[in-house]
Design a protein around this ligand. Structure first.
Ligand code: HEM
Ligand code: HEM
Length: 198
């Protein structure tokens, strides 16, 4: 006979594997999040670099941004065939809908923002410098294109930062106010011996 008292809702890290994201999803999520922080900070600093090194930093921003875009394409492709783990039953209908809408918006912005950045970059007459080789589309700088797209790219990026802030606050609220350990669904390091994935 099992002497343990039954748990109403097992904490996600003690819960069956279905309640946690897969390792692949976690890896993509955290690598993408770290790169977005780096690319975002580089973006915000564009005007602060000395003139002679500005092109280098904008190129670095663009290359990491391309990496983010490649990752989101992989993530979205993967996500279509791998639905996320079911949310715990105590999460109400409205929070479910809000979290779904927020995740959708995050995906959309991470997909679209770099695309507008690419247009801005190329129509500014810039070339992607990968170190070993360059990719130059030979497009002449065209202010009529890069000026509005630069603004749009910036607005999209600021909206993304705002939504990431809400996403982060929601995760912290679940972790420290509701204490329902929702963060564990996306947290790779489960303590050994506590039911975490091997
Ligand atoms: C910085 C950029 C970030 C982006 C773009 C991002 C985006 C996303 C997206 C799109 C999902 C939904 C995954 C899916 O169902 O396919 C997700 C889930 C999640 N994220 Fe983030 N995230 C970021 C940062 C963070 C941070 C800083 C935290 C917490 C400290 C966090 C915690 C979580 C958690 C706990 C989930 C799972 C939510 C659930 O259980 O349904 N994320 N994130
Ligand atoms: C999720 C990925 C990205 C984020 C979060 C991001 C963020 C930003 C931010 C915050 C700015 C400054 C906007 C302003 O203050 O007005 C910026 C500018 C810019 N970004 Fe991005 N960016 C991303 C991806 C890319 C990509 C992939 C490219 C190009 C391939 C790119 C090219 C540019 C360019 C050319 C500028 C204007 C630089 C200038 O002042 O000339 N960005 N970006």
């Amino acid at each position: 006979m099992n002497s343990r008292a039954p748990q109403a809702h097992p904490a996600p890290q003690d819960a069956p594997h279905e309640l946690r994201y897969t390792r692949g999803a976690m890896a993509l999520h955290w690598i993408m999040a770290a790169l977005i922080v780096v690319v975002g900070v580089l973006g915000l600093l564009h005007d602060s670099w000395p003139r002679r090194s500005q092109a280098f930093w904008i190129d670095l921003h663009a290359l990491i941004g391309l990496g983010v875009w490649a990752l989101i394409v992989v993530r979205l492709g993967w996500r279509l065939g791998h639905p996320p783990p079911a949310l715990p039953p105590e999460i109400g209908v409205l929070p479910r809908k809000l979290s779904y809408a927020l995740h959708l918006l995050l995906y959309l912005l991470v997909f679209v923002t770099p695309l507008i950045g690419i247009v801005t970059f190329i129509w500014h007459g810039r070339a992607f410098d990968f170190g070993l080789f360059k990719v130059d589309f030979g497009v002449r700088s065209n202010r009529a294109i890069f000026h509005p797209t630069e603004d749009i790219h910036g607005y999209l990026a600021y909206t993304l930062f705002g939504l990431i802030g809400i996403h982060l606050l929601a995760a912290l609220w679940h972790q420290f106010v509701r204490r329902d350990r929702l963060l564990q669904r996306m947290w790779p390091a489960a303590a050994p011996g506590r039911g975490g994935r091997p």
